[in-house]
Design a protein around this ligand. Structure first.
Ligand code: ATP
Length: 500
């Protein structure tokens, strides 16, 4: 194969008598006689020849790639890059072995585990493109490294996650929340109060602090029942225009408030909402703190299926907030135990004891994978979940809390958070708007790769970012275990009716 026509430092054309495919890796010499690795970006068949346009990747030395500063030697020889060189380029020690180069079945592609997690990542594709399979393969690889994972799973796709390498490592968590450890704000969100429903939110807060004051040790459903009873009493007082007595935590004393018609309406509708919440959410109200259930070194799958969106958002916000804050507190306490200040040291020791007893998962770095991330980090509003997931995206790297966003609606994802995901695993994206949106969120995804997105097959991904040696098209392994992602065989189930 031979270079033809003019060349530059970044592109050249060559002709070949043997077949060359898009995405193929070749080596040519530059004018400093260095080996330059390039990737075929376009092939034109002309009579018996193939005219190929190649894009320079960089100068090859000892399997490392450096910037190419000299034009490709005109009329120089071009040869296929052999698998051995590519395997060395794409191998990463302690990396995640997720698949092979699309054009090279024998070249395995590894992702750098530390860079993938510490700098966050996103898995994006149209529905059916292979996101869940990709996440399952990542779990398989991370499980081998005893990773601490939390998967927030709105469709319950990972509750059936099984692989022989993950024996005993998958823990499915039925999301329960103890309302008495939520903030009044979180509890208002959880029962479905609108952000601007101030009247109800104020009375919920009054009732919340009054019950906390009068029954400091109750939790779970008992706490909600006490709230409901108090609201009922208040509604009776408000109905006849009496005063309402409530505990004010700021003044640390009881206050009184004259209740009128407007208050009565707010209180009685709040009472009804709480009653409905107790019925709809009963299975998710507990007196334990869900965070205590997460186990270190395991894949903790929080099955959110069956919940309403506002309930999912509140639970995800609660998990993200408490995971980050407990991890930060743990690391701070590890430093504070060496403080000369006795009070700081004692507090730190007590915090470490509590965390090591109840919240082991934050003792080591951990990864939070958010499926259907566009629900929780929407472009058009600041939800309580996006507040805390955004904090993890911005600050998590310092504390060893990684974020993995999975979405089939990239352009509905908040751009600030998507752009914080340094590595992008992008499966088939057909919508030009989605392609442009992803491109704006990741500088490595050049025009040439972006236009390939629509032609990717199932499980074929363009991977860009710091966790992969080179931006590449990778065929992700088909997960050789079980997860909930396989398509339902609709006609097979219908035809099976004959046997009913
Ligand atoms: N890398 C792959 N190799 C072979 N088949 C794959 C691969 N990835 C996914 N598939 C198959 O494609 C189908 C859809 O996969 P998957 O559920 O991962 O897609 P998805 O993008 O998560 O879809 P959804 O958005 O509906 O969850 C499944 O039947 C799966 O077995």
């Amino acid at each position: 194969m031979k270079v033809i026509g003019k060349t530059t430092t970044s592109n050249f054309t060559f002709e070949s008598l043997e077949k060359v495919r898009f995405g193929e890796y070749v080596i040519a010499k530059n004018t400093d006689d260095e080996d330059v690795l390039a990737i075929v970006k376009n092939v034109v068949a002309e009579n018996e020849k193939f005219i190929c346009e190649a894009k320079v990747i960089g100068v090859l030395n000892n399997n490392k790639i450096s910037v190419n500063r000299s034009p490709i030697k005109p009329n120089g020889e071009v040869k296929f890059c052999d698998d051995g060189i590519l395997n060395n380029i794409f191998y990463v020690k302690n990396g995640l072995n997720i698949g092979h180069l699309l054009t090279r079945k024998n070249v395995r592609v590894y992702l750098d585990t530390n860079k993938l997690i510490s700098r966050h990542f996103a898995v994006l594709s149209i529905t059916g493109g292979g996101k869940s399979n990709t996440v399952a393969v990542l779990c398989r690889e991370l499980g081998k490294k005893n990773a601490s994972l939390i998967i927030l799973d709105p469709h319950g796709e990972y509750s059936t996650l099984y692989h022989e390498d993950l024996e005993g490592k998958v823990k499915v968590i039925h999301p329960t929340v103890n309302p008495s450890i939520l903030s009044p704000e979180e509890l208002s969100d959880l029962i479905g109060l609108e952000k601007d429903d101030f009247d109800k939110r104020v009375y919920l807060e009054y009732a919340y602090y009054t019950i906390k004051k009068e029954f400091p040790n109750i939790g779970g459903m008992e706490f909600i029942e006490k709230l409901e009873n108090l609201l009922y009493e208040w509604s009776k007082s408000a109905e006849v225009g009496w005063e309402i007595k409530y505990y004010n935590p700021l003044k640390r004393k009881y206050d009184r408030r004259k209740a009128g018609e407007k208050d009565f309406i707010a209180i009685i509708s709040l009472y009804d909402i709480i009653g409905k919440f107790m019925i709809d959410f009963a299975l998710h109200i507990g007196d334990k703190d869900m965070i205590e259930e997460f186990e270190i070194g395991k894949i903790n799958v929080v099955n959110l299926s069956g919940l309403e969106v506002h309930q999912m958002i509140t639970l995800v916000s609660f998990i993200a907030k408490h995971i980050l804050s407990k991890r930060v507190l743990y690391l701070k306490s590890l430093k504070d135990i060496n403080s000369p200040n006795e009070r700081i040291k004692t507090t730190a020791l007590s915090n470490l004891k509590t965390i090591e007893e109840h919240y082991k998962i934050v003792i080591k770095p951990l990864l939070l994978i958010v499926e259907e991330a566009h629900i929780f980090i929407p472009i058009n509003e600041q939800t309580s979940a996006s507040l805390w997931l955004g904090k993890i995206a911005r600050e998590g790297r310092k504390f060893g809390v990684g974020l993995g966003l999975v979405s089939q609606r990239p352009k509905q994802l908040h751009p600030d958070v998507l752009s914080q995901t340094n590595t992008k695993i992008i499966l088939r994206i057909v919508e030009p708007e989605d392609q442009k949106y992803i491109q704006r969120a990741s500088e490595e995804l050049g025009e040439d790769l972006a236009k390939d997105l629509a032609s990717l097959g199932i499980g074929e991904a363009i991977i860009v970012g710091t966790a992969i040696s080179l931006p590449s098209i990778v065929k992700i392994d088909k997960f050789d275990g079980i997860y909930g992602g396989k398509d339902i065989n609709i006609v097979g189930e219908w035809m099976g009716l004959d046997d009913w």
